[in-house]
Structures are given as structure tokens and as C-alpha cells.
Design a protein around this ligand. Structure first.
Ligand SMILES: [Zn+2]
Length: 68
């Protein structure tokens, strides 16, 4: 991570909020600029395709339940 203002790599983490994603409050040691970062889980294509199939099935099931 580099400072978005001056490009320095001298970044300090001031605080972190942990959850399904992590938010970090950062401060550049060079120019004192404050900024936030967000760390998220990177999903792969296979997982996305699997989620689509499952979602379609759920929608199909709920439609069938309404008709029955
Ligand atoms: Zn900076």
C-alpha cells in the first residue's frame, strides 16, 4: 500500500475494524495524510458459478412453493 497523496510507502495503521471484511484507518508517515482501506475476500470464478446455480435453484423452489 502506498499513500494516495504522496506515494510514500511509510504507512502506519491507526486502527482496524474486523469482520467479514477489514477496514483499516491509515496514516502516511511522510505527509500525515489519513485514509481508509478495505480488505475483502477475493472470490474465484468457480465459487461465483456455484452461487449462481444455488440461487437459481432457490428461486425455482420458492416459485414452485407459491404455485402449489
Ligand atoms: Zn503521504
Amino acid at each position: 500500500m502506498i499513500c494516495p497523496k504522496c506515494g510514500s510507502e511509510q504507512i502506519a495503521t491507526v486502527a482496524s475494524i474486523n469482520g467479514l471484511w477489514v477496514e483499516r484507518y491509515k496514516k502516511c508517515k511522510a505527509c500525515k495524510h489519513n485514509f481508509q482501506t478495505c480488505e475483502i475476500i477475493k472470490v474465484d470464478r468457480e465459487l461465483i458459478e456455484y452461487q449462481k446455480v444455488v440461487l437459481k435453484q432457490i428461486l425455482k423452489d420458492s416459485k414452485n412453493q407459491k404455485e402449489a
